[in-house]
Design a protein around this ligand. Structure first.
Ligand code: IPD
Length: 262
């Protein structure tokens, strides 16, 4: 694929941060065995990765604004453009030595995501998209699945950890959905969940209680691969609410009906 200069900058930043995290991940596996200080170590790895991404993006585009999971938001001289970054999506997996986590970088222009990159170093998978340019995994074009029967479909979600307000609603979703479908997965990295819908690995994904940095890149990658993405309630913007329903276009309505309990 022929990416824009911005996309190339994002890919480079994601690779650099991914390399640093992959090095730390090998260490966290040892720390984990000795079970001392793994949490602190992971938060240091996370902060270091965000700095790598930020330094790289800021050097290339000094005027753009910023929103990062670790360092928060900052306006740029150009008020219309902003990076939205999760340096380590899937922190709990990382902490437990589970190789399913990613760097996620979105570029917002006038309130709309126009480029997205999600890099999973453990599998060397780079998911990218630009608005109107399709979605890609490494060099291959992505397309959502065309399964339309709920009984054959697999979905993913995130189950909020205990104490989070969204837990009861998610458990009710599961009670309605699980008897009707082939399977529900909970892999623990929302950015990769959206990328996997784009890749047709599962038919859909829904979650509550997310943040803009978890989903900015993934929203675009999924849409560019042919998925529909909506807020939990029609007309809401998932980037604002942190709640979304995403699925291939042929199963979306049936799936959304179950999740919305319409
Ligand atoms: C988390 C992951 C997880 C989702 C959580 C997110 P983080 O992001 O995306 O899959 O269920 O709601 O907070 O904290 O690992 O960047």
């Amino acid at each position: 694929m022929q990416g824009s200069a911005n996309l190339n900058v994002m890919i480079k930043a994601a690779r650099l941060a991914g390399r640093s995290l992959a090095k730390d991940f090998r260490e966290v596996e040892n720390l984990q065995v000795s079970s001392k200080g793994a949490g602190d170590f992971v938060s240091r790895a996370d902060i270091a990765a965000e700095k790598i991404v930020r330094d790289e993006l800021t050097a290339a585009r000094p005027n753009y604004g910023w929103l990062g999971e670790e360092s928060g938001g900052e306006d740029g001289k150009d008020p219309t453009r902003r990076w939205i970054v999760d340096p380590l999506d899937g922190t709990t997996n990382f902490l437990h030595g589970l190789p399913h986590w990613a760097v996620s970088i979105g570029l917002e222009h006038k309130g709309e995501i126009v480029a997205g990159v999600i890099f999973d170093p453990s599998k060397d998978e780079m998911f990218v998209a630009e608005k109107g340019g399709g979605a890609w995994l490494n060099e291959a074009r992505l397309r959502v699945s065309d399964r339309r029967k709920m009984g054959e479909a697999v979905f993913a979600t995130g189950i909020p950890f205990s104490g989070r307000g969204e837990l009861p609603a998610t458990l009710q979703d599961l009670a309605r959905l699980m008897p009707a479908v082939a399977g529900v997965r909970r892999f623990g990295a929302a950015a990769l969940d959206l990328a996997y819908v784009a890749a047709g690995r599962y038919e859909g994904f829904w979650e509550r209680g997310l943040h803009a940095w978890d989903i900015a890149a993934g929203l675009l990658i999924a849409r560019e691969a042919g998925a529909l993405v909506e807020g939990m309630r029609r007309g809401e913007d998932p980037l604002e609410t942190g709640e979304l329903i995403c699925a291939n276009g042929v199963i979306f309505d049936t799936f959304a009906k179950v999740i919305r309990n319409d």
